[in-house]
Write a protein that binds this ligand. Structure first.
Ligand code: DAH
Length: 371
């Protein structure tokens, strides 16, 4: 039944309230029922027309008809109702979908906040290191995580059954025994196989860095994880010397850890470099003193030595070049240096995290501290 304005006999505040609420409610449902432009026009006219519109009727019946003692209260109620109805009438519209206004989506409601992701601390560290070498003109190369014995070991001068293989506890893919050893698949234990893969594709000179995931059969503890990350580097050209290696890595360490760090090379052994070295930097936690704070507490990250080992490096062994000789890498004509570092270990040191497992458990409460 269409709404009609009632005559009032009871002018109490409660009765006026009820009458105003009824009228407002009627207007609301009529606004929601507007389906087209014609509806909209008749709805507006019905409520707002000067001559005999509902608001005019309310004015006449409720205000002018009020007894003198109720005029004030009636005036307040009628004015308030007029404002609310005018608002409804002005806001009324034809809904584009023809949906009822009561079903429409309130686009002024705030949305659901989507938390913004951030780089994982290991990936962030990886990007920083790669960035330092990119500025030196290095490009980025990548290779497979599931690798053959040939690339992971043989072409890097680890002969079959050589004890040097035991230094890298390897996870082998099952069911490979029927294949010749060099074709058997394993999870790469280092990023060094991508040195060979890249030299097979690109002729010298080359300067590349190789970031990636590696795996070893190490039980997880605070400093070991069966999966971790490395960045490999390789520069090959004519007349590359150990001096180039030292200068490049000294620059890179200063760029990464601050210009006051000192570098130090100690002799080492890797099958694919000769000579080989381990690179140490002055501990960026204690500044090289081995002690921390005013009470001279022992510095743990450098085990009080003042030096931290950051990578392995050396001059590419001529035996390695022999495997890619046909692509321009004649060991009599070219020379090069290589290096490889553990990214996770550097991220632990950089952020003062004491357990590598935290990096891989995916706990947002830990990770969001780096966002
Ligand atoms: N691949 C070695 C490892 O995982 C690290 C390494 C040492 C890489 C010396 C190199 C290098 O390129 O020249 O232990």
């Amino acid at each position: 039944m269409a709404y009609t304005v009632p005559k009032l006999t009871d002018y109490s505040a409660a009765a006026l309230d009820r009458a105003a609420a009824d009228s407002h409610h009627a207007c609301q449902s009529e606004a929601a029922a507007v389906r087209n432009d014609a509806d909209l026009k008749s709805f507006r006219d019905r409520w707002m027309a000067r001559k005999n519109g509902i608001l005019t009727q309310i004015n006449d019946l409720w205000l002018k008809g009020a007894p003198p003692e109720a005029k004030r209260e009636a005036g307040i109620q009628v004015n308030r109702l007029k404002a609310r109805i005018t608002e409804l009438v002005e806001g009324a519209h034809v809904s584009p979908t023809g949906a009822l206004d009561s079903e429409a989506v309130d686009i002024s409601l705030p949305g659901i906040r989507r938390p913004i992701g951030a780089e994982h601390p290991v990936i962030k560290t990886m990007h920083e290191i790669v960035g330092v070498f990119e500025k030196l003109g290095y490009s980025v190369a990548e290779g497979p995580v599931v690798e053959t014995d040939y690339y992971n070991f043989e072409a890097l001068n680890f002969p079959p059954n050589h004890p040097a293989r035991d230094t890298q506890d390897t996870l082998f893919i099952a069911g490979q025994k029927a294949k010749p050893q060099r074709d058997r698949l394993l999870l790469r234990t280092h990023t060094s196989p991508v040195q060979i893969r890249t030299m097979e594709k690109l002729r010298p000179p080359i300067r590349i860095v190789i970031p990636g995931k590696v795996h070893r059969n190490d039980p997880p503890d605070a400093s070991h994880s069966p999966m971790f990350h490395q960045i490999e580097g390789l520069a090959v050209d004519t007349n590359i010397t150990f001096g180039d290696l030292k200068g490049t890595l000294d620059h890179a360490m200063k760029a990464l850890f601050g210009s006051s760090v000192k570098t130090h090379f100690r002799p080492s052994f890797f099958p694919f470099t000769e000579p080989s070295a381990e690179l140490y930097v002055t501990c960026f936690i204690c500044g090289g003193s081995g002690k921390r704070g005013t009470d001279n507490a022992p510095c743990r990250p450098c085990k009080q030595t003042g030096w931290i080992e950051v990578l392995g490096c050396g001059m590419v062994d001529p035996n390695v070049f022999e495997f890619v000789k046909d692509n321009g890498y004649d060991p009599k004509k070219v020379s090069g240096f290589a290096f490889g570092m553990g990214v996770d270990r550097l991220a632990l040191l950089k952020y003062g995290v004491d357990d590598i497992q935290l990096f891989f458990q995916g706990d947002v409460r830990f990770l969001e501290q780096f966002g």
